[in-house]
Design a binder for this molecule. Structure first.
Ligand SMILES: [Zn+2]
Length: 181
């Protein structure tokens, strides 16, 4: 899934949390200083400087939050691309599946901010395609076995956590009640 995210998405969340806390505390501090200034009837310059600082710190908080939101959105979209069985996805479908209006606009915006890579947009077809090869997680063909309880011919998939006999519902556990040849 990392292929769809771009390195900027994968890093920086911790940093942004730190930034959020630091700028948040500074906001808090500058508000209290500002209130003191106003309460003590201090001159306009120090009040103005206080407001300026507050705006600066608030901007730090907002920027960190926006980056975190971008990252969360990038993850959500990348996850969908990762699990979608085809390499191309039509924009209408993507919007419907992710309950998102104009996903193209959002993805292109994220890409401009270097958050999502590995996905291209075909403007004329209104279709996205993953140009990094889709990871294959197709299931194996399975191994034919005989059910030890009812004797039916069934198939077990070694990559599955749970295999059952479709006829008698017996749980088939490789190495316990069935052996692969
Ligand atoms: Zn059986």
């Amino acid at each position: 899934m990392e292929e769809y995210l771009g390195f900027k998405t994968l890093r920086g969340n911790k940093l942004d949390i730190v930034a959020l806390v630091v700028f948040g505390l500074m906001c808090f501090g500058s508000v209290s200083v500002l209130l003191d200034d106003i309460r003590n009837g201090n001159d306009k310059n120090s009040v103005g400087a206080g407001i300026l600082l507050l705006v600066l710190f608030a901007w730090g908080v907002i920027a960190a939050v926006l980056r975190m939101l971008d990252r969360a959105l990038a993850y959500k979209i990348a996850e969908y691309f990762y699990t979608y069985p085809k390499t191309e996805i039509y924009e209408d479908l993507l919007g419907k599946e992710l309950k998102m209006t104009s996903p193209a606009k959002k993805i292109l915006k994220l890409q401009r901010r270097k958050y999502m890579q590995g996905i291209n947009y075909d403007l004329s077809n209104r279709c996205f395609f993953a140009y990094i090869k889709q990871p294959v997680h197709r299931e194996s063909a399975g191994v034919p076995v005989k059910c030890p309880q009812c004797g039916a011919n069934c198939t077990v998939y070694p990559e599955r956590a749970l295999n059952k006999c479709p006829f008698c519902d017996l749980q088939l556990v490789i190495g316990v009640n069935i052996d692969l040849l």
